[in-house]
Design a protein around this ligand. Sequence first.
Ligand SMILES: Nc1ncnc2c1ncn2[C@@H]1O[C@H](COP(=O)(O)OP(=O)(O)OP(=O)(O)O)[C@@H](O)[C@H]1O
Ligand SMILES: [Mg+2]
Length: 197
Amino acid sequence: MSHDEGAESAPLLGVDRVVKRFGGFAALDGASFHLMPGEVLGPNGSGKTTCLNVISGIYPPNAGQIRLDGKPISGMPSHKLVRLGINRTFQVPQPFLALTVRENVEIATTYGGRDCEADIDATLAALELDAYRFRTAADLNSAQQKMLDLARALATAPRLLLVDELAAGLHRQSCSAWHASCGSWPPPELLCWWSST
Ligand SMILES: Nc1ncnc2c1ncn2[C@@H]1O[C@H](COP(=O)(O)OP(=O)(O)OP(=O)(O)O)[C@@H](O)[C@H]1O
Ligand SMILES: [Mg+2]
């Protein structure tokens, strides 16, 4: 982990002895770490997606605690966590294939409690999806679907954005570049970048 010089002292996210079992197999066996605002978590060992799924409310942990701003959030469902400012991208995006690219992002703004038309177009332009706005998500190639997944996550104005293997060949610098170019959204306090490369 690296830490920003100007970051505040209280961690935004705390993961404390979290266990996630699939039957008899423990994918997470007492995972503990803190993430400070401005911090980036780099390459990690196995269990990245499971950990991200537990933090973002896809799976409840079997044991342990997760805290946002010191308040327990373990087991809270995704639709509540997104309103608290936690959202994520998926290793394998699953957009609404029959809907247009823009409609996919519109749905995300509603999901996150946001409703700002201008920001949608600015974000799609920043992620080089503006030419596809009125095409269906099924028309996108897999890299573009990952950018759409990112646009959908940004559209919920996350404080904590968890990025799971966004795209082969993209690295932290690229991530910062597109993040900086998405100026119409409030930037997340914390970008957590999960990658095996
Ligand atoms: N739903 C599940 N049921 C059973 N086992 C699972 C499930 N999800 C993950 N696992 C197992 O948990 C372990 C960690 O998987 P996970 O996908 O979290 O790792 P990862 O670090 O994200 O891997 P990758 O770098 O391939 O994306 C693996 O052994 C995997 O097979
Ligand atoms: Mg993974």
